[in-house]
Write a protein that binds this ligand. Structure first.
Ligand code: NI
Length: 140
């Protein structure tokens, strides 16, 4: 058996809409319990973080971000962050997806650590639903 036998119990608070969407996905994917789904989500999060840690050296990439533009102050904060990282941002494309949702694609070029720093700053903002960073290595 694995070390997963040693279980810890945690309590978490979530917005209802987030939990509803999570349950929908669990249902669709045929998970037997929420706990199983949450364990899987945490493993995916850890894998993604490890993958992000491997983004090194000179890179060209794309950050894809979805956010709620009605979140108070978010637009200004995003603009401030993008100006702070102006040296690595080559272009960005904004799409007003719906009444409250925005999709932004940011083309980036620079050191992997900088690209990750930008993605992580954006990810930490309240009202940002998702941030994905995809990069390719550039021959130096
Ligand atoms: Ni928009």
């Amino acid at each position: 058996m694995t070390m997963d036998d040693d279980l810890s119990r945690i309590g978490i608070s979530l917005p209802k809409h987030l939990l509803d969407r999570f349950d929908e996905i669990l249902n669709y994917r045929g998970y037997s319990s929420r706990s199983e789904g949450i364990r899987d989500a945490i493993r995916t999060y850890i894998t993604y973080y490890k993958w992000m840690s491997d983004v090194k050296g000179l890179r060209e990439g794309v950050i894809t971000m979805v956010y709620d533009h009605e979140q108070r102050g978010l637009l200004t904060n995003i603009t401030d962050i993008e100006h702070e990282f102006h040296a690595i941002i080559k272009a960005s494309l904004h799409s007003h997806v719906s009444h409250d949702k925005c999709l932004e694609v940011i083309l980036v070029h620079g050191d992997g650590s900088q690209l990750k720093a930008l993605a992580e700053r954006l990810m930490s903002m309240k009202g940002v639903e998702s941030v994905k960073l995809n990069t390719i290595q550039i021959e130096e």
